[in-house]
Design a protein around this ligand. Structure first.
Ligand code: ADP
Ligand code: MG
Length: 247
């Protein structure tokens, strides 16, 4: 079994009187997809925001490769190997597919933004962007304006933008949202392929996709973990069946 890339211990986040997350513990290993499911408002996006550094926890600890990164911001976590997508789209519609990937690649190579950036660094950014587009199957669309692509392709581009930051841990927030059946199947295959050499934390409502590709599962409700374990074990859990799967 490979080592944990990420470990969250007892994470909590309060918004005023609301506990959006409380006492959430989970880990993600290299080579696995750890899915987080739960109804709307369960705290899934809040959890991703805590892991990416976009939000600071009120309680708990986050370890990246065993190092405490709880106090570090999103930029440092990105540099440390945590890449994320957002529930709402974040592409620049007027820019080309390549430009979107390039801008994302620059996030982990900040020197590339400087006026006097050298050619070597620029080439590395370009290479990372092209490799990311190839990994999601959009290499042939590099010069297309992002707005001219289908919804499914735009979401593929968002995954490419995450990959362009060279993450070892990929956090995906509802990557299948709004997709038709064929698009969802393609994206599910793509997500399954991402875990080679990386860890993936997948928040997703599409249970067929989750059951098909997740290695481990955490079920949240009202900010708390109500079940976790292998997909098989969680599917058999009577609490989960009653509370979430509606069985
Ligand atoms: P999920 O992604 O599982 O649907 P969220 O993490 O988005 O759930 O939200 C969990 C709870 O926290 C919800 O009740 C939501 O309204 C609340 N919440 C999320 N973000 C904020 C915020 N920035 N300020 C106040 N409340 C928030
Ligand atoms: Mg959400």
């Amino acid at each position: 079994m490979s080592a944990d890339i990420l470990e969250a211990r007892g994470l909590g986040k309060r918004f005023g009187g609301l506990a959006a997350c409380s006492d959430v513990s989970l880990s993600v290993r290299e080579g696995e997809i750890h899915a987080v499911i739960g109804p709307n408002g369960a705290g899934k996006s809040t959890l991703i925001n805590l892991l990416s550094g976009d939000l600071r926890p009120t309680d708990g600890t986050i370890l990246l490769d065993g190092r405490d990164v709880t106090a570090s911001g999103p930029h440092q976590r990105c540099q440390g190997g945590i890449g994320r997508s957002y529930q709402k789209t974040t592409i620049f519609p007027e820019r080309t597919v390549f430009d979107n990937a390039r801008l994302a690649a620059q996030a982990t190579r900040p020197g590339a933004l400087a006026m006097r950036c050298d050619g070597k660094r620029r080439a590395a950014v370009r290479e990372a962007a092209l490799a990311a587009l190839a990994e999601v199957g959009l290499e042939g669309r590099a010069d297309t304006p992002a707005r001219a692509m289908s919804h499914g392709e735009q979401r593929q581009l968002e995954v490419a933008m995450v990959l362009a930051t060279a993450p070892r841990l990929v956090l995906l927030d509802e990557p299948l949202a709004g997709m038709g059946h064929a698009e969802a199947r393609r994206m599910t295959g793509l997500i399954a392929s991402l875990k080679a050499g990386r860890g993936v934390l997948l928040v997703e409502h599409d249970m067929d996709a989750v059951f098909a590709i997740a290695d481990r599962l955490t079920v949240m409700a009202d900010g708390k973990v109500i079940a976790s374990g292998t997909v098989e074990a969680v599917r058999r859990d009577p609490v989960v069946r009653a509370a979430y799967l509606g069985e």
